[in-house]
Design a protein around this ligand. Structure first.
Ligand SMILES: C[C@H](O)[C@H](O)[C@H]1CNC2=NC(N)=NC(=O)C2=N1
Length: 106
């Protein structure tokens, strides 16, 4: 898998807010309301990462989660990392803003 050029990487990062390039990786820090919310996000990310066979390097302390993504074989950032970053954004939105439960009380 080929590395993204600087220009393509910048364009891709413009669509995943908060993700920055550092150390041949892309990274973002998340702050959740508490540990339970952080763990819920991590569990969902774990499932999608396993399906993609692309795994985050991450660190969690209480409600904080730092995530770093890179493609080891390519020694840098590829479209696989961008795709996982997008998936992570969707998961975080789902957990922070869950679908309302529709009550059948009419
Ligand atoms: C052997 C296995 O397929 C590789 O190690 C996979 C697993 N998960 C991975 N995860 C990430 N983030 N980058 C990789 O290059 C990678 N490679």
């Amino acid at each position: 898998m080929s590395l993204l050029t600087t220009q393509l990487l910048e364009e891709a990062l413009a669509h995943v807010p908060g993700w920055v390039y550092a150390d041949k990786s892309i990274e973002k820090q998340f702050v959740f309301t508490d540990f339970t919310e952080a763990m819920a996000v991590m569990n969902k990310i774990a499932v999608i990462a396993e399906e993609m066979n692309h795994h985050p390097e991450w660190s969690n302390v209480y409600n904080k989660l730092e995530i770093r993504l890179s493609t080891h074989d390519s020694n840098g950032v590829t479209t696989k990392d961008i795709r996982l970053a997008h998936a992570i954004e969707i998961i975080v939105k789902e957990i922070r803003n869950p679908e309302p439960i529709l009550l059948n009380n009419n």
